[in-house]
Design a binder for this molecule. Structure first.
Ligand code: IMP
Length: 513
């Protein structure tokens, strides 16, 4: 006898569903063998009325709003082969969030966070150089950072006296490499500047100034000539083109930084200084005192910055994270990721459908008892949009994925054309490959819990790839007869299906060249 999982909206409110014995041949395992049933589509349930936004941090329904709400319910995993600054920028521009990986030196992670926060905003802390720097040095920094405009300040001080601006149009990297910035820059008297007391930190005023200027970058300076920050005109246009982008009050993209439970006392302050929006305590088994220590440290020192805890796969794990550690959201999943070898290695894991079932039930019980809703992120094992729909229908608020994002241009790896079609490399954080950065720091490596050398298909730029996936997700939610993710939690029915029935079958499919 196998289990059929079926959610019964009439009998049980919210995301409870019953498990009953059936005669299906196969046990559901993770998302395999599960499918969402169609629901009634009323006339007003139009495709463009589907809303895939979802809370990411805890809140009290009817009383307040979550501090952070995703505009699309997807997060990229905190992994070396997935989430660097490029993914952070691209995903936040679409309404999701990347978790910058912590398996790297603290300063490098903080630099990635900074790069996302600096990418755009009402007021940006600019890159600065000094007038004495060589053009060779500026060209190299432009190449490394991807920025084309550097403000020139006294002593290369971020808030020093503003002397001018040097852009990639002001020099030829070869011809002028021996010259200094002073010889090539446009001096401050030729720049359009804004005084800090004309705009204060008002986003509307900054937009007005940028729109009325002929220049694409407007330095904001104090009356004594010191640089405060910069207004970029492109950022206004950018917002028009990315209406679902996830931004903070100062119009900067939001980003998550992963931290571990070892060096957290140094890492958390560094990523907070860099401007991070959320901290993810990234452990494969989060029901630990170490997680509590890390969470208490973060929440006591930085009470305004939400903390995601995980991973857990049981109600006890959920209750520990929420009640004892005080986290703002909970990540669920263990042993089911595409590159995960934990179950074979140590025999401890859980099927993802059961993890989501139990953890989301605990969430709903916690809501009933306290009035507080703690969002659940279903982490790992997502092979396609089908699995996303099932995860959300089972009760998850959002999903985190690694493999799904690893093949995009925005993951920090190189495309390998020796394969046809081309591929990108993907490896687990529990592999020696990912853990090797620690050796230098004296941690011991015992055995691997992740695949070190996997490949995924190259899928091109993130934007069209994820746009298509989100359209499929919306279509799935609508065909399940729902308008929102909360609607899915309340009404969707998930049940088992034979994998043989999923996908095209019994036909010869013509392969396109
Ligand atoms: P995927 O989307 O199925 O590829 O799973 C991504 C998730 O796998 C991450 O968010 C982590 O929770 C988990 N993960 C990352 N590295 C490892 C590993 O080495 N072993 C086991 N799980 C891992």
């Amino acid at each position: 006898m196998a289990r059929e999982i079926i959610r019964n909206p009439q009998a049980l409110p919210l995301s409870s569903y019953s498990v009953r014995e059936t005669s299906f041949g196969e046990l559901p395992s993770g998302y395999r063998g599960l499918i969402t049933l169609p629901g009634y589509i009323s006339r007003d349930l139009s495709p463009d009325s589907i809303d895939v936004s979802s809370p990411l941090t805890k809140y009290r329904p009817g009383k307040n709003e979550p501090a952070i709400r995703l505009n699309i319910p997807v997060l990229s995993a905190a992994m070396q082969s997935v989430s660097g600054q490029k993914m952070g920028i691209a995903l936040a521009r679409m309404g999701g969030l990347a978790a910058i990986y912590c398996s790297q030196p603290i300063e490098e992670e903080a630099d990635m966070v900074k790069a996302v926060k600096r990418h755009k905003g009402a007021f940006i802390e600019p890159e600065v150089v000094s007038a004495q720097d060589s053009i060779e040095y500026v060209a190299e920094r432009m190449r490394r950072t991807g920025y084309s405009k550097f403000f020139v300040t006294q002593g290369r001080d971020q808030h020093g006296i503003l002397l001018g601006l040097v852009t990639d149009n002001d020099f030829d990297a070869e011809m002028h490499k021996g010259q200094t910035v002073a010889q090539r820059m446009r001096p401050v008297r030729e720049l359009d500047v804004v005084y800090h007391d004309e705009v204060s930190h008002d986003v509307k005023q900054s937009n007005e100034k940028a729109k009325s200027s002929h220049h694409s970058a407007l330095p904001v300076i104090y009356r004594d000539g010191r640089l405060r920050d910069v207004i970029f005109r492109k950022d206004i246009r950018d917002h028009r083109e990315h209406k679902t982008e996830l931004i903070d009050d100062m119009k900067r993209l939001r980003v998550i930084a992963a931290v571990n439970t070892h060096d957290y006392k140094d890492r958390i302050p560094a990523v907070v200084d860099a401007g991070v929006d959320l901290i993810l305590i990234d452990t494969s088994q989060g029901w630990t005192d170490h997680l509590a220590d890390t969470s208490h440290f973060a929440l006591n020192k930085y009470p305004g910055i939400p903390v995601i805890g995980g991973n857990v796969v049981t109600a006890d794990g959920f209750n520990f994270l929420v009640k004892d550690c005080g986290v703002d959201s909970v990540k669920a999943g263990m042993g089911i990721a595409s590159i995960c070898i934990t179950p074979e290695q140590i025999g401890v894991a859980r099927s993802q459908d059961r993890a989501i079932e139990e953890v989301t039930k605990a969430r709903d019980k916690h809501l009933e008892e306290t009035g507080e809703y703690v969002p659940i992120i279903a982490d790992g094992g997502v092979r396609s949009v089908r699995d996303m729909v099932v995860a959300l229908a089972l009760g998850a608020d959002s999903i985190m994925a690694g493999r799904f994002f690893a093949g995009t241009n925005e993951s920090p790896t190189e495309i390998n054309y020796k394969f046809s079609p081309p591929r990108k490399p993907y490896w687990g954080e529990g592999s020696d490959r990912a853990k090797s950065w620690r050796e230098k720091r004296g941690y011991s490596i015992e055995f691997e819990e992740g695949v070190p050398d996997a490949w995924v298909d190259y899928v091109g730029p993130l934007e069209p790839y994820l746009t298509q996936a989100m359209e499929q997700l919306k279509a799935g939610i609508r065909k399940a007869g729902c308008r929102t993710i909360d609607g899915l939690h309340r009404n969707a029915v998930v049940e088992t299906i034979s994998e043989e029935e999923v996908g095209a079958h019994s036909v010869h499919i013509e392969k396109k060249e």
